[in-house]
Design a protein around this ligand. Structure first.
Ligand code: C5P
Length: 381
C-alpha cells in the first residue's frame, strides 16, 4: 500500500483479510530484511497494481522511486498489470495519456477502468475495473506464462469490431446492436499472446485497449478504407464487426421533414463487403481470414455458406437468439467452422475465454499452413 492508500483503508484490514503482511514504508518494519523490495520483487510472478492512481502512473512512467511501491516497481522484472482508477478528467488529461502510452510501450498490461459513478461524485470513465475482471486478467497472465506463452509473437492481426453507422440525414442514422465487446476481447487476447494488433472500431462505449493501435470509424465506407489501407502487412484478419449491409443511397443533406406525410420510402444500396475484399485480395498469400456470423435462424447452414462464398479460413457462428449470449452481453456461445468441414462447439463462456479459443484455432491454422508450405517446398525439390 502507498501512504495515500492507507488514508482510505487501514493496513490492518488488508492484513486480516489476506493473512499476509502489508508493506507501506521502506523502513518502517522490524522484519525489513525479509521483505525488502529486491527480495519481494524476486518472489513475484506478477506485479499487480490496483487501484493505480494518476500519480502512480506518472511515477512508474518516469522511474521515480520515492516509496516502497515505486521502488518495488523499479526492481521488478516480472509482468506488470495495472488497473487504473481516477477521476474522469485526470484519466483524460494529456499528461496521464502520455504516461499510459509510455507504460504500454514498456509492455505493461492494463485492465482499463470502466464508466460509472466515481468517488468524487462525477460519472465518467476512470472507475476501477470490476474486481472479477482484474482477478481474471491476473490469472490469465499467470496461466499464459505457464501454458502457451506468446504464441502469436511476430503476427500482425487486424481486427474489425463494433457496429457501423449509416446516416439518413444530419441527425438520423441506421445502425445495429453490436457493442464491440467480442472484437475488443479478441484484440486484448491477441495482444497478450504477443501479436501486434490493429483494431478498426465502429462507435462503441469501450475504452481503446492498451497496447493496441485503435482506429475509430463510423460508416462502412470508412471501415473499408481503414482496413484496406492497413491489411497489406497483416498476417491475420478477423472481421468481427457487425457491418451494415445497406446504407441510404443518397443521404439527405438537410434534416428530413415530415411535411404531413404518412410514410416515406428510403432507398438503400449495398455497402462494401469488407471481409470479402480482404479474402479476395490478390496479395492475400498466406493471410488467414476469419469471419463471424451472427444469425437468428439456420445458424450453421448460413455460416457454412459465408465461409465458402467469402473464401474464409474459419468462421465463428453465434446464435443471437440464445439467452445470455450475443449482443451487448459479456458472454457468448459459438461454433467454429473450419474449411475442411469440421466444427468446434464452444459452450457458453465469457467473450474473453471465447476469444482465446478462436485464437487457439488461428494458431493451429497458422501452424498447419506453415507445415503445408514446408512440405510443398520439399515436394518441389
Ligand atoms: O453480417 P454478416 O453476418 O453477413 O457478416 C459476416 C461476416 O462478414 C462478419 O465477419 C462481418 O464482419 C463481415 N462483413 C464485412 N463486410 C460487410 C458485411 C459483413 O466484412 N459488408
Amino acid at each position: 500500500m502507498t501512504r495515500h492508500a492507507t488514508e482510505f483503508v487501514q493496513p490492518l484490514t488488508f492484513e486480516a483479510l489476506s493473512g499476509n503482511p502489508v508493506v507501506v514504508g521502506m523502513f518502517d518494519r522490524p522484519d525489513y530484511s525479509k521483505i525488502e523490495h529486491i527480495s519481494l520483487a524476486r518472489q513475484a510472478d506478477l506485479l499487480l497494481v490496483a487501484p493505480a492512481t494518476a500519480n502512480i502512473l506518472a511515477k512508474f512512467a518516469h522511474g521515480i522511486a520515492d516509496d516502497f511501491l515505486t521502488t518495488l516497481y523499479l526492481s521488478n522484472t516480472r509482468p506488470v498489470l495495472i488497473a487504473p482508477a481516477m477521476n474522469v478528467e485526470m484519466w483524460n488529461h494529456p499528461a496521464t495519456r502520455a504516461n499510459l502510452e509510455i507504460l504500454r510501450e514498456r509492455g505493461h498490461y492494463f485492465v482499463n477502468p470502466g464508466v460509472g459513478y466515481q468517488a468524487c461524485g462525477e460519472v465518467g470513465e476512470g472507475r476501477l475495473a470490476e474486481p472479477e475482471d482484474i482477478v481474471h486478467q491476473a490469472l490469465h497472465l499467470l496461466q499464459r506464462k505457464l501454458e502457451t506463452g506468446p504464441d502469436l509473437a511476430g503476427e500482425h492481426i487486424l481486427i474489425t469490431a463494433g457496429p457501423t453507422v449509416e446516416d439518413l440525414d444530419p441527425v438520423r442514422f441506421i445502425t445495429n446492436r453490436s457493442s464491440g465487446k467480442m472484437g475488443y476481447a479478441l484484440a486484448e487476447a491477441a495482444r497478450d499472446r504477443g501479436a501486434r494488433v490493429t483494431l478498426i472500431s465502429g462507435p462503441v462505449r469501450i475504452a481503446p485497449p492498451a497496447g493496441v493501435e485503435t482506429v475509430s470509424v463510423r460508416s462502412t465506407r470508412q471501415m473499408y478504407d481503414a482496413v484496406m489501407s492497413r491489411v497489406g502487412d497483416s498476417s491475420v484478419f478477423i472481421g468481427c464487426a457487425a457491418v451494415a449491409d445497406f446504407r441510404p443511397a443518397s443521404p439527405a443533406v438537410q434534416k428530413i421533414k415530415k411535411l404531413g406525410r404518412q410514410s416515406i420510402t428510403i432507398e438503400l444500396e449495398a455497402t462494401e463487403d469488407i471481409i470479402g475484399s480482404v479474402a479476395r485480395d490478390p496479395q492475400r498469400n498466406s493471410r488467414i481470414v476469419v469471419g463471424f456470423a451472427a444469425e437468428s435462424q439456420s445458424l450453421l447452414d448460413n455460416a457454412e455458406t459465408k465461409l465458402r462464398e467469402k473464401s474464409l479460413d474459419l468462421i465463428v457462428a453465434n446464435d443471437i437468439t440464445r439467452e445470455g449470449a450475443g449482443f451487448d452481453v459479456d458472454n457468448n456461445v459459438a461454433t467454429i467452422l473450419r474449411r475442411d468441414g469440421s466444427r468446434i462447439e464452444l459452450p457458453l463462456q465469457s467473450k474473453r475465454d471465447l476469444a482465446e479459443k478462436v485464437l487457439d484455432e488461428i494458431v493451429g491454422t497458422i501452424k498447419q499452413g506453415r507445415t503445408a508450405s514446408v512440405s510443398a517446398q520439399v515436394t518441389d525439390q
